[in-house]
Design a protein around this ligand. Structure first.
Ligand code: CMX
Length: 134
């Protein structure tokens, strides 16, 4: 069980167009696709950087986590996703370390990844996603 990299940095925006268009123009950035994650109430445009991805997030449901975040804080970095090996083992480790788990069990995220979030109140104010490839 260990962390093996940064999978993505997620940015919450009310409109994906402007930053999306800029990223598409940048040499080396590859548009990897768009996905709606229904159970999170978000639309995500995903971009590859060569090492790690950028996910642009917009809310598609009232009162989704991203909708609440945008209303409270405005656009900005929403979470950082760490790629892990053995997500269940990482969750047990984090629980034992006293971190607050938002997800007690892994669930499905964008790209079919298995994901679980740690509460920002126990991680220095930064929302962290643990993410494992399917
Ligand atoms: N980063 C840092 N702090 C955050 C945050 C974020 N992304 N989202 C919420 N918070 C803070 C709020 O500012 C608030 O702090 P204060 O009490 O100091 O004001 C506190 O957390 C509680 O926030 P809230 O607005 O009352 O919202 P909830 O408690 O209902 O939910 C959270 C907060 C983190 C549990 C919820 O957003 C969550 O479950 N997030 C994980 C799922 C998620 O973000 N999904 C969207 C992306 C999915 C994907 O990429 O697939």
């Amino acid at each position: 069980m260990k962390i093996i990299g940064i999978d993505h940095v997620a940015i919450a925006l009310s409109d994906l167009q402007e930053l999306g268009d800029l990223l598409r123009e940048l040499p080396g950035i590859e548009a990897l696709g768009t996905e709606i994650v229904e159970d999170q109430g978000v639309k995500t445009d995903i971009f590859g950087t060569g090492r790690g991805k950028i996910e642009l997030l917009a809310s598609v449901a009232e009162d989704s986590p991203v909708d609440k975040y945008l209303r409270k804080k405005g656009p900005g970095i929403h979470h950082i996703a760490l790629l892990v090996e053995d997500l269940e083992g990482m969750l047990i480790y984090c629980r034992e370390k006293g971190l607050r788990l938002i997800d007690e069990e892994p669930r499905r995220g964008a790209g079919g990844n298995r994901i679980a979030f740690l509460h920002p109140k126990s991680t220095g104010g930064i929302l962290i996603e643990l993410c494992e490839k399917p």
